[in-house]
Every structure is written in structure tokens, then in C-alpha cells.
Unconditional design. Sequence first.
Length: 160
Amino acid sequence: MNKTPVQCRLNGSDVAAFADPGENLLDFLRRRVGDLSPKYGCGQGTCGTCTVIIDGELRLSCLTFAETASGCEVRTTGGLNRGGKLSALQTHFMDGFAAQCGFCTPGMLMAATVLLERNPAPSRKDVEEAISGNICRCTGYEPIIDAILKAADEMRRSNR
């Protein structure tokens, strides 16, 4: 079996490693590159916990071949903080108890990140739609929605 070289920009840093044939991006990020922030959930693309951002688009890393990320900008929750400081989203998730067991948190944060980049003033319905591909097992979604709306408000105020 021939391994495939994969080079990408991960959370602002260039990375390169070899992927096995058919290796998914989730395993590549975790095992080859050492980014443990995307989580394994269902392995079937239904839970959303492995969601990453590739060139500005949400992708389920368990269903994405690693080699397709070569030459791309890949972002994970590992890249949300800046200089060791939590992002507004991360802070509001923590303060609002939106990350109870942590299963859904990476996918929710990635979905919210793309939403807020595209729509800095989302409605509650916008947030609900944005996170609809992510399953939460314990919060009932309300703390997550509230955290995203509070982060959006904070981000808008700080950009004035």
C-alpha cells in the first residue's frame, strides 16, 4: 500500500504527514498530526462531533478522505483560542454550561464559528439551523443556543 503525502495549513500552521489509503481526516488529524480536538463520535457522519472547517466550509472529518485536505486550510477547535485566550464562543460555552459532557462541543463550536463568520447577528432560528447537524446528548440545546447568541453579541460589541 502506498501512503499519500498530505500537506495542509492546520489552524494557521503548515503541517505535513503521510496518510494511509482511504484514511479519513479525523484519524489523520488525531494520529498523524496530533490534533486531538476533533472527536470521534459515531464514525458514520450523523452526530457532528468530528466537524472541522475546510476552506471555510463545515466538513465531517470521519467521512472526509485525508488526502482531500491536501493544499487546504483546515481549522479545528484547537485553533479557536488566540494566544492561549479562549474565544468568545469558548468562553460563553464554558460560562453558560453549554459543554456538559463535551461529546458535541467540538462540532457545535465549529458550526457556530462558520455561522458567526457569515452572519455576525444571527437570529435564534439561524443558530438552530446552523447546529442542526450536531447531536447533543445532555444539554437540551438551550444552553448551546444561548451561548452562541451571547458570543455573537459580545463579538459585535467588540468590533464596533
